[in-house]
Design a binder for this molecule. Structure first.
Ligand SMILES: NC(=O)c1ccc[n+]([C@@H]2O[C@H](COP(=O)([O-])OP(=O)(O)OC[C@H]3O[C@@H](n4cnc5c(N)ncnc54)[C@H](OP(=O)(O)O)[C@@H]3O)[C@@H](O)[C@H]2O)c1
Length: 251
């Protein structure tokens, strides 16, 4: 195909959370679009499984616990310059507000917020982010649009990332470095299974899915949006959030 605006040929992309769910699919899909990917996560066995499913050569696997600042530093030190990041690492844990203590806030924000902020900051400080690069953060519609019971802490961490991404977009526009978020509704992944576990019985899940005119999403839906944001097709898009919710909010 001539001049495919979504091509990632010649680009090197760092993907966090690549050992599972959305991050795994982002890694595989971006490699299919020609990117060299650097994948990271904690679980080496699952990370290797993603690595084995990548298309093309020259990919790199680096395990890291992104709640540990020294692991983030080591990760940044060991990579060369990159054209993009897709930050997918994250956790979902329900905490009813009256039972929240500082420990729970730390647990949630350490991975969902601090890791993204510290990783971005260190990458920029060490000049690892090339001109015209694209930084992408996977947030959630619960952050600013669709609260759910027990989800206030999780939502806060995702809303904070969306605010951070806008600041990042502004501060780095001189180098044409862009920063955007993808804000999905329910996507079928291990986190989804965890969430669905709270709804419990099958009938409730089916009833819940009816809220989504197009049904629940698949990891590849998010991966395709990430390809757009990483590619030159989105060169005029920064400080934005793409909501992907299968029509949930048009109801
Ligand atoms: N699935 C959904 O419905 C949905 C909806 C909206 C937003 N999201 C967001 O999408 C992102 C990906 O979610 P998912 O559904 O793909 O979940 P998932 O399958 O559970 O994957 C989560 C990933 O985060 C990584 N991770 C967690 N803690 C980490 C840590 N301390 N250090 C390094 N990596 C860590 C995990 O790595 P290890 O397993 O190797 O530790 C795993 O690769 C999350 O940020 C989530 O909030 C998901």
């Amino acid at each position: 195909m001539q001049n495919n605006p979504f091509s990632l040929e010649g680009k090197t992309i760092l993907i966090t959370g690549a050992s599972s769910g959305i991050g795994r699919e982002v890694a595989i899909s971006t490699s299919k679009m020609g990117a060299k990917v650097i994948i990271t996560g904690r679980n080496e066995e699952r990370l290797k499984s993603t690595f084995n499913d990548l298309l093309g050569d020259g990919h790199i696997l680096l395990s890291a616990d992104l709640t540990q600042e020294e692991d983030i530093t080591k990760l940044v030190n060991s990579i060369s310059q990159i054209n993009g990041v897709v930050h997918c690492a994250g956790i979902l844990q329900p905490f009813p507000i009256k039972f929240i203590q500082k420990k729970q806030i730390d647990t949630m924000f350490n991975i969902n917020y601090y890791s993204a902020v510290l990783l971005s900051s260190k990458l920029l400080k060490q000049k690892k982010v090339l001109e015209k690069a694209s930084l992408v953060f996977v947030t959630s519609i619960s952050g600013t649009h669709q609260p759910y019971f027990g989800g206030a802490l999780y939502a806060g961490s995702k809303a904070a990332i969306e605010a951070f991404s806008k600041g990042l977009a502004l501060e780095n526009s001189g180098q044409k470095i862009r920063s955007n978020c993808i804000s999905p509704g329910m996507i079928r992944t291990p986190i989804f299974d965890e969430f669905i576990g709270y709804i419990s019985v099958d009938d409730n899940v089916k009833a819940y899915e009816k809220n989504y005119p197009l049904g629940f999403g698949e990891p590849v839906d998010v991966a395709n949006a990430a390809i757009y944001l990483l590619s030159d097709a989105s060169k005029w898009v920064t400080g934005s959030t793409i909501i992907m919710d299968g029509g949930l909010m048009v109801r």
